[in-house]
Design a protein around this ligand. Structure first.
Ligand SMILES: C[S@@+](CC[C@H](N)C(=O)[O-])C[C@H]1O[C@@H](n2cnc3c(N)ncnc32)[C@H](O)[C@@H]1O
Length: 390
């Protein structure tokens, strides 16, 4: 069992920090330190090309050779980023006598002792289903971060952002098992088989999913499979797209004046749309959050208006919610497919429908202001045609 850890965020601007190691792990830690405004000193006999380039550019200092205690002079923090356990232990021991904190980039001591125990006892590993949220790494939970830092193998969806994957333990093996909306790059059975294979090899597997594993994420099926095969598992919830997209678009999902309930709905394909209770969805004073609906907007509009949902019901389409490239497109139900086509809205996008969606216009705070269709559009008008060249 791993030691309980205290989460810490440190302001390291203009402060010297020692990184021991010259490989990929040291490079990642140094990059993060540079981004935080710290003054990294990297101690190692040899450096990666990137670390050398930073030395040449005068951005970091290079302490050449094997670890020496005097490298700790004047630093505020030390980072062990070497896979040489002896050096990490020497660094930790020297730092302890100075009451200096050491952050261990790669927990080599833990992983090597665990590996030999697993090999000797042939014990199964474990799987943690982790929700990665919608993209912004700041929306990960501390439990998710801890699981990523302890993972041997990470099986991740296509939608999980690079910023999140960079937070994982550098030595972890990453395998993309994503499925796109159109293609099926890897079948669910293959994902099951990969989880089983790695867990049975005694490894700590993280099954990393966009949003929350139990909201349109097939997390339930994966747990049933693991349970049937006797693999220990845990679940770390994540912030689901509806919650995150609404927050990042300035749309309160409920509001005393507008909506008293929220429905999370999958609009994945015609077959799943046919099973929905359309009269219930057309009712007022609720917010509808449609996942995977970009390809079905015409059907959504037709079914809802047929059941009496007012054509003027506000909508917001949030594309790439919480990411740098987020776009929010707003309008009224009647204009929905036209407006989405006009702006070329693509997956991943979440459709929020209901009175609250109109609040994006005044409450937006992230990224650019919401976009609209340039002209009012109605079914009575024919679609605009371009003049032909004579
Ligand atoms: C297969 S579902 C997975 C949902 C995920 N488990 C969750 O809880 O958010 C994928 C759909 O989630 C929505 N989605 C996920 N991330 C999103 C994001 N960053 N912005 C907008 N929609 C997103 C889109 O509707 C996308 O088609």
């Amino acid at each position: 069992m791993s030691a309980p850890l205290f989460p810490l965020f440190a302001d390291l601007r203009h402060r010297p920090v020692l990184v021991v190691g010259g490989g990929a792990a040291a490079e990642r830690k140094t990059e993060a330190l540079l981004q935080s405004g710290a003054l990294p000193r990297v101690g190692a006999p040899v450096l990666t090309a990137q670390l050398s380039a930073w030395v040449q550019a005068g951005r970091i200092r290079w302490l050449t050779g094997e670890f020496q205690e005097d490298w700790l002079e004047g630093v505020w923090l030390a980072i062990a980023a070497t896979d040489d356990v002896t050096i990490s232990q020497a660094l930790i021991a020297s730092a302890e006598t100075r009451r200096l904190l050491v952050s261990v980039a790669e927990d080599v001591e833990l992983s090597s002792s665990r590996e030999s125990a697993a090999q000797a006892a042939q014990v199964p590993g474990s799987v943690v289903l982790v929700g990665a949220g919608p993209g912004d790494p700041g929306l990960l939970t501390l439990n998710a971060l801890r699981a990523l830092n302890q993972a041997d193998v990470i099986l991740h969806d296509r939608l999980v952002s690079e910023g999140i994957l960079r937070l994982a333990r550098p030595g972890a093996v990453r395998i993309e098992v994503g499925k796109s909306a159109q293609g099926h790059s890897i079948r669910q059975e293959e994902i099951h088989a990969l989880m089983l294979e790695h867990a049975r090899a005694g490894q700590r597997v993280v099954r990393l999913k966009g949003g929350d594993p139990f909201v349109f994420g097939r997390g339930g099926e994966e747990l049933q499979f693991l349970q049937a095969h006797g693999i220990p598992y845990q679940v770390v919830p994540g912030i689901t797209a509806a919650v995150a997209c609404a927050a990042y678009a300035g749309i309160p999902l409920t509001h005393r004046d507008h909506a008293q309930s929220v429905r999370l709905i999958t609009a994945h394909c015609k077959a799943s749309l046919d099973t929905l209770d359309w009269p219930a969805l057309a009712r007022e004073r609720q917010t509808l959050a449609f996942y995977m609906g970009v390809g079905e907007l015409d059907t959504l509009r037709a079914r809802l208006t047929d059941e009496g949902c007012p054509a003027s019901t506000p909508f917001a389409l949030v594309e790439n919610g919480s990411r740098e490239e987020q776009r929010v497109v707003i309008g009224q139900l009647d204009d929905l497919p036209h407006t989405a086509r006009h702006h070329g809205v693509r997956s991943p996008a979440l459709l929020i429908l209901g009175e609250v969606a109109a609040l994006a216009e005044t409450l937006h705070w992230f990224g650019g202001p919401p976009l609209r269709a340039p002209l009012p559009y109605s079914d009575n008008l024919s679609a605009p045609t371009l003049p032909r060249a004579a």
